[in-house]
Write a protein that binds this ligand. Structure first.
Ligand SMILES: NC(=O)c1ccc[n+]([C@@H]2O[C@H](COP(=O)([O-])OP(=O)(O)OC[C@H]3O[C@@H](n4cnc5c(N)ncnc54)[C@H](O)[C@@H]3O)[C@@H](O)[C@H]2O)c1
Length: 373
């Protein structure tokens, strides 16, 4: 691989040509000091169109051929989750730094193997949690960092869609390719935002339930993605949950209530994070008519309602830019997938809790979940 700190441009590749892959392509295109030199994906027409659009020299159907045929410094993995770990580990072992799409992997065992590969090979591994970069989240983080909300001891976070099953019958609704339903797909974004704003507390235990009331009956499909998502066989196979609820206990006594759904009898889609702190609270919502943040605190003994001024919205472009800067700086600490692994351990514990109807203890060091008594 070329030396990331010698000033030469980084050579980037993207595996996966769907919506997610295209966000990463745009990110590399906009990042300074990066050349997007390789693409891989199974859709020949998209491969040629996107390859032409971004002037990409090396184009392959299969990801393994991309790694064999092209020298890369960084790669984004934007395939169905079942391929995240195999592709990321192969890349890391070949000395390539990895930015993976969420969810990190099918389960925490594969996620841990990705972290191990990053550490064994001295490479960077990041997972793209782009929603954390929303302007409202940055504003809430700023209030928290300034002490205006005190210590956050309780949070609620959720993303509830009325009819938002992405691609009924595609890889999204199959256990073997997706690993799970909305908790893996959109719940992880809310979990990520909540943990980030709560200050990354250590997680002690998870209690959860899952339901599949609409998907198996062919109801709740979204208007987007039905024909473009890969892995479908023309049937509406539905093997994952369509609603998940979880209660997460932290070792510091804090708690988090998390809900995520692709299909629900709700009036409108609902996306929110609510924070309760020792000095105040905040409500962040991304619902019609538009995103909002409100906070309540006391200023010099007087109750105050705050509507923080918002900075720019971030997303995939910023996730790619930060990944590129970490690679260029050779900044391994904090950039080898540990935070994302924590999220994978919580999701695993939630699914296990739902299966066993029991609270599951989370033990990040061993990676083993065990029932609480
Ligand atoms: N962060 C976000 O906001 C966000 C949004 C959408 C999707 N995602 C995530 O991004 C990932 C991809 O989602 P999508 O909606 O773009 O899916 P998609 O089905 O539209 O695209 C998947 C791509 O993977 C490619 N692929 C599959 N097998 C391959 C192989 N063997 N070699 C090379 N390429 C292969 C397919 O050809 C396709 O181009 C998922 O993990 C999803 O959860 C994240």
């Amino acid at each position: 691989m070329s030396n990331p700190i010698d000033g030469s441009n980084l050579r980037a590749g993207v595996v996966g040509l769907g919506w997610a892959g295209q966000q990463h392509m745009k990110g590399y295109h906009l990042a300074s000091g990066v050349d997007l030199v390789g693409l891989a994906g199974l859709e020949t027409d998209h491969l040629q169109r996107l390859g032409d659009e971004y002037g990409v020299e090396h184009r392959y159907a299969e990801w393994a051929d991309l790694f064999a045929g092209t020298q890369l410094d960084v790669v984004s993995v934007c395939t169905p989750p079942s391929l995240h770990a195999p592709i990321a580990i192969a890349a890391l072992e070949a000395g390539i730094n990895v930015l993976s799409e969420k969810p990190m992997a099918l389960d925490s065992v594969s996620a841990r193997a990705m972290v191990d590969a990053a550490k064994a090979n001295g490479r960077i591994l990041e997972v793209s949690f782009n929603h954390r970069r929303k302007a409202e989240v940055s504003a809430a983080k700023d209030l928290i960092d300034r002490g205006l909300l005190g210590k956050i001891y309780y949070a609620k976070a959720g993303w509830m869609r009325h009819s938002g099953i992405p691609g009924l019958g595609s890889w999204f609704t199959r256990k073997a390719t997706a690993g799970g339903g909305p908790m893996m797909d959109i719940g992880v974004h809310m979990l990520d935002m909540a943990l980030y704003l709560m200050g990354e507390p250590d997680v002690a235990a998870v209690s959860a339930s899952t339901y599949a009331e609409f998907g198996p009956r062919g109801r709740g499909g979204s208007n987007w993605g039905i024909t473009t998502k890969t892995g479908g066989d023309g049937t509406q196979t539905y093997e994952v949950e369509d609603l998940a609820t979880a209660f997460v206990r932290m070792t510091n006594g804090g708690t988090l209530l998390l809900e995520s759904s692709w299909a629900q009898g709700v009036g409108h889609d609902d996306m929110y994070v609510t924070l309760f702190g020792t000095e105040g609270g905040a409500e962040l919502t991304w619902n019609p008519p538009g995103p909002q943040i409100k906070a309540w605190t006391q200023v010099e003994g007087v109750d105050a309602t705050l509507q923080p001024r918002l900075g720019p919205n971030g997303g995939h472009t910023e996730a790619v830019a930060d990944f590129v800067s970490a690679v260029r700086a050779g900044e391994l600490a904090g950039h080898q997938g540990d935070e994302a692994l924590t999220r994978a351990l919580i999701v695993d514990a939630a699914y296990r809790s739902a299966d066993d109807s029991a609270e599951i203890r989370v033990e990040p060091r061993s990676g083993e979940g065990s029932q609480t008594h």
